[in-house]
Write a protein that binds this ligand. Structure first.
Ligand code: CP
Length: 286
């Protein structure tokens, strides 16, 4: 599971059906398996939800710690990952350089899972976000999704957009924060996938029709703007964000019933259990 690019409906439906089962079920099915967690950048949710998922499946986890590893004595990344691949049955890697994860898949003995590549892709976060939307809406219906905040550097938004590309009725808009709008490549991809022109994708606050959105996905937003926007949003919309949050996001929405952010975190474990099942069983049977 290296990328969110070119998703298939078959894969997404399979992961969702596994996640549905695993959301409320634990098992000992993978008690002989070891997951290697190798995070070369900080993480809390992705690393620990994979750890939780693996333990909930009966398996074990070993965690690589870059700060006390022999990389500090000059050992290179290739030798490090090759060695780690001898210790387990699958490996989650987070690294700022996407090519490190792609290369690792070539020389590792075990399946590699992309745990986030800087500001480029976050395939498992995108899946858990899509699953959270799927729990509230039919993804094949007409839905309006608004992305707010720092879109340029959000790997979570980029991967969610990759998955959304296979649902043609879903319309996407963006309200970027300051100068943090999408790159031309992102705009081109969205435009090609949904026949939307850049002027139809980017929304400015003075012409924002917040009442029409079913999903409001925030990567960050200044406190004074959020209350004003959400007070006018639909009563049955959902509000999402990938975390971590900082002082820019108003904590008053924690008590808003439309807010799904901690549900996203809970779904992170179910989705990662589903991904591990897919790797340990489905891929072996193909
Ligand atoms: N959402 C997310 O990826 O969180 P972490 O950086 O804590 O893994």
């Amino acid at each position: 599971m290296l990328s969110s690019k070119n998703p298939t409906i078959f894969f997404i439906n399979r992961i969702f059906s596994l996640a549905h089962v695993y959301k409320s079920k634990h098992t000992n099915k993978f008690k002989d398996k070891i997951l290697v967690n190798a995070f070369f950048e900080p993480s809390m949710r992705t690393s620990l939800s994979f750890e939780s998922a693996m333990y909930r499946l009966g398996g074990n986890v070993i965690t690589f710690n870059k700060d006390i590893s022999t990389m500090n004595k000059g050992e290179n990344i290739e030798d490090t990952i090759k060695a780690l691949s001898k210790y387990g049955d699958a490996m989650v890697i987070r690294h700022p350089d996407k090519s490190v994860i792609e290369e690792a898949a070539k020389y590792s003995d075990i399946p590699i899972i992309n745990g986030g590549t800087g500001d480029r892709e976050h395939p498992t976060q995108g899946l858990l976000d899509l699953y959270t939307i799927h729990e509230c809406f039919n993804l094949h219906d007409r839905l309006n999704i608004l992305f707010i905040g720092d879109i340029m550097s959000s790997s979570a938004i980029k991967s969610l957009l990759d998955y959304l590309s296979i649902y043609p009725k879903i319309k996407v808009n963006m309200l970027p924060y300051d100068n943090r709008g999408p790159s031309m490549d992102m705009l081109y991809d969205i435009g090609m996938n949904r026949r939307q022109l850049p002027d139809d994708i980017i929304i400015y606050e003075d012409r924002l029709d917040i009442e029409k959105y079913d999903v409001i996905y925030m990567s960050s937003l200044q406190e004074e703007r959020i209350n004003n926007l959400l007070s006018r949003a639909k009563t049955d919309c959902i509000i999402m964000r990938p975390f971590p949050r900082d002082g820019e996001i108003d904590r008053s929405i924690d008590s808003d019933p439309r807010n799904k952010d901690f549900e996203q975190i809970k779904n992170g474990v179910a989705i990662r259990k589903a991904i591990l099942h897919y790797i340990f069983i489905d891929l072996k049977e193909q």
